[in-house]
Design a protein around this ligand. Structure first.
Ligand SMILES: Nc1nc2c(ncn2[C@@H]2O[C@H](COP(=O)(O)OP(=O)(O)OP(=O)(O)O)[C@@H](O)[C@H]2O)c(=O)[nH]1
Ligand SMILES: [Mg+2]
Length: 210
């Protein structure tokens, strides 16, 4: 079974499996009418795949590969043993009848091609950032650049995670940093593990209310 891919230049692939290793046939996605497309982007381990899983109402197709825990990940307090190598795909069918197609992209730079493939011209872009990283603002600047915010700011939203953790920056710092560069980018706080939070992010990204 195939799932809808956002661009024609991105090689069509078959669904792999969920992070738990379960096969994910995704029968339900074939023929569904998508109201909005949203691509989740941001640094390695910030929670993009977690967020796709949290927001989706059906099966999620993901392209996770096992890897050994690196010092970078341990330094961020994440015992994460998988990483996205292609794209994740899930759908959220909201109560109002809208269907949101949600793409999770790889954080690793070497998979940048898969990331750009998931950002079709009509897709909104959510940049997920670590709120507790010592280099959070440098990371924000780097990702605004990678996502070509100079051109894409009009369809971008920033979601800041882990704001409740020790060493995290006040969200106002992110807001002023982002707004100095792009006043139109909404900055929201969200926990990628929370369906409610992630769906709120998706609503904001697609022009709905918070
Ligand atoms: N404590 C805490 N953990 C979080 C939070 N958000 C996400 N996590 C955890 O951080 C990890 C994020 O992993 P993934 O969702 O695979 O990250 P990713 O962004 O998809 O990573 P790549 O695909 O490798 O770029 C998961 O183990 C989440 O449970 C948060 O706000 N607080
Ligand atoms: Mg991922």
């Amino acid at each position: 079974m195939r799932y809808p891919l956002p661009t024609t230049d991105f090689k069509e692939t078959h669904v792999t499996s969920t992070p738990s290793g379960r096969r994910a046939p995704l029968e339900a996605v074939v023929g569904t009418a998508i109201s909005h497309q949203v691509a989740f982007c941001g640094p390695l381990g910030v929670g993009k795949t977690t967020a796709v899983l949290a927001a989706s109402t059906g099966e999620v197709a993901s392209t996770e590969a096992q890897w050994s825990v690196t010092s970078t990940m341990v330094g961020r307090g994440m015992p994460k043993r998988t990483t996205t190598v292609g794209i994740d795909y899930g759908e959220w069918k909201a109560d109002d009848g809208s269907t949101y197609a949600i793409y999770g992209t790889p954080g690793q730079e070497r998979f940048a091609e898969a990331r750009s493939g998931a950002i079709s011209p009509g897709a909104k872009i959510v940049l997920w950032l670590f709120g507790n990283s010592p280099s959070a603002l440098d990371e924000a600047a780097e990702w605004l650049d990678l996502l070509d915010a100079a051109d894409n700011h009009g369809r971008m939203t920033v979601a800041v995670t882990r704001t409740e953790e020790e060493g995290s920056r006040p969200v106002a710092e992110f807001e002023s940093f982002i707004h100095e560069r792009h006043p139109d980018i909404a900055v929201v706080v969200a926990d990628p593990r929370s369906s409610e939070d992630v769906r709120r992010v998706v609503r904001v990204a697609t022009g709905g209310s918070r």
